[in-house]
Every structure is written in structure tokens, then in C-alpha cells.
Design a protein. Structure first.
Ligand code: AP5
Length: 213
């Protein structure tokens, strides 16, 4: 089992295109987090030669659906274990604890409950929020060069629906526990970064309860 005392976890949630990946890259530089993206782990597994899950993952991602928990949680736990065992100084490792930014997870209540039980019960949530119109605009722009099979309008609309129906309840769940820091992500990348940096700093300084910036 995981040693719960050895990890500090921030989940990073928000709609498709809210800017989660972009801001994680910034926060890694600020705080030395180990950044793990559920979407990136799934895409890597999809392309891994010999993976038994490749075809299944491709189908779910193209449809904007949530990949079954057994696969996602396993990939994530393996990645966390690898990072912890390497014990890389300055890369997600601080004061004897692995500091993780886990991007795009948990997307569904079953994942949240499983992670709380198996890995870490005290995770915080950074919730990046903006309008659907803004997210659509960003993803259609990114789609011109990203090569991602789900950066087309049909897949994006499906991802919005899944996000509302399945991921919003996860955010509400953690909000009831006073663990959510909500960041308005409508501004420029730099402005959003400043807010996110301040918020994470406040949490590390010991502030508890839901926070808004
Ligand atoms: P995932 O890879 O997580 O995609 P997503 O949640 O749809 O989010 P994106 O990566 O598209 O956007 P982002 O919020 O990171 O924004 P970004 O910073 O790139 O998931 C894909 C799929 O994998 C899912 O649909 C599902 O099938 C599967 N999956 C993933 N996690 C899973 C899980 N836990 N369980 C099961 N299945 C799972 O920014 C977007 C664009 O906007 C970029 O071009 C960026 O440059 C630009 N931008 C960012 N911020 C700004 C700003 N402030 N102003 C202007 N432009 C900006």
C-alpha cells in the first residue's frame, strides 16, 4: 500500500481547454511539483507497443468518454510509485514528501473514492474555471497543430458534456470537504499563473477551506 504520509497531492481539474496543462507547467517551475497528467499517461499507454489497452483507450478518448477506472488509476499509481522510488531531489520531492500535481484526475466519483482510499485522503483541488465558449475557442485553435484525435468540435462537445455530468460532481464532493481552490482562468496565461501561484502558496502556508481567486 501507499505510505500516505509521504505524499502531498494537488488535483488539477477544470473543463477541457481550461488551461490545466499550461498552468501545471508553470507551477512545476514555482514549486518543484512532480506533474502527472492522466490524459498524457493514457495517450502514452495507447501508443505503447504491446499494450493490451491501446485500442480501448483510443476509442474512449476519441469519444470524449472517461476511460475505465481500473486502467487510469493503475497507470497513475504506477507513475507515482516510480517518481517516489526515484526520489528525485528538486523534482517533486520536498521535505521528505513527494509533491504531486495530478492533472485531469479524478474525473469521476469512482476514481475519487478509490484514490482517497488507496493513495491519499488529504488531496487538495485546484479548479480552473472559464466559459465553454472560451474553452472551445482555445481547443479549436490548438487542434490546428496538436494532432490530438479529440481536438475537433464533435469530440470537444462530447467532452464538455462528460465534464458537466461526471466531473462536476467530483468538484462538488471536494468542495463540501473544503478542499477546493477555484481560479478564474478567463484571463491571460500570465494572469492566471499569478493567481494559481498565490493560491498554492496559501495552501502550503497552511490555509484551509475552500479558496477563490
Ligand atoms: P485530457 O488530456 O486531460 O484533456 P482535457 O481535460 O480535455 O484537457 P486538455 O488537455 O484538452 O486541456 P487543458 O485544460 O489541459 O488545457 P491546455 O493547458 O492544454 O483528457 C483527454 C481524454 O483522456 C479525456 O477526454 C478522456 O477520454 C481521457 N482521460 C483523461 N483523464 C482521464 C481520467 N482521469 N480518467 C479516465 N479518462 C481520462 O490549454 C488548451 C489550449 O489553450 C492550449 O493551446 C493553450 O496554449 C491555450 N491556453 C491555455 N490557457 C490559456 C489562456 N489563459 N488564454 C488563452 N489561451 C490559453
Amino acid at each position: 500500500a501507499f505510505d500516505h504520509n509521504k505524499v502531498t497531492v494537488f488535483f488539477v481539474l477544470g473543463g477541457p481547454g481550461a488551461g490545466k496543462g499550461t498552468q501545471c507547467a508553470n507551477l512545476v517551475k514555482d514549486f518543484g511539483f512532480c506533474h502527472l497528467s492522466a490524459g498524457d499517461l493514457l495517450r502514452a499507454e495507447q501508443h505503447r507497443e504491446g499494450s493490451e489497452y491501446g485500442d480501448m483507450i483510443r476509442k474512449y478518448i476519441r469519444e470524449g468518454q472517461i476511460v475505465p477506472m481500473e486502467v487510469t488509476v493503475k497507470l497513475l499509481e504506477n507513475a507515482m510509485r516510480a517518481a517516489l522510488s526515484e526520489n528525485r531531489q528538486g523534482e517533486g520531492w520536498q521535505d521528505g514528501k513527494g509533491r504531486f500535481l495530478i492533472d485531469g484526475f479524478p474525473r469521476k466519483m469512482d476514481q475519487a473514492l478509490k484514490f482517497d482510499e488507496d493513495v491519499c485522503l488529504s488531496s487538495k483541488v485546484l479548479f480552473f474555471t472559464t466559459t465553454e465558449e472560451e474553452m472551445l475557442k482555445r481547443l479549436l485553435e490548438r487542434g490546428k497543430t496538436s494532432g490530438r484525435e479529440d481536438d475537433n468540435e464533435e469530440s470537444i462537445r462530447k467532452r464538455f458534456r462528460v465534464y458537466k455530468e461526471q466531473t462536476m460532481p467530483v468538484i462538488e464532493h471536494y468542495s463540501k470537504e473544503g478542499k477546493v481552490a477555484t481560479i478564474d482562468a478567463t484571463a491571460t496565461v500570465d494572469e492566471v499563473h499569478e493567481k494559481a501561484k498565490l493560491i498554492v502558496g496559501r495552501v502550503f502556508a497552511g490555509e484551509v477551506g475552500n479558496i477563490t481567486a
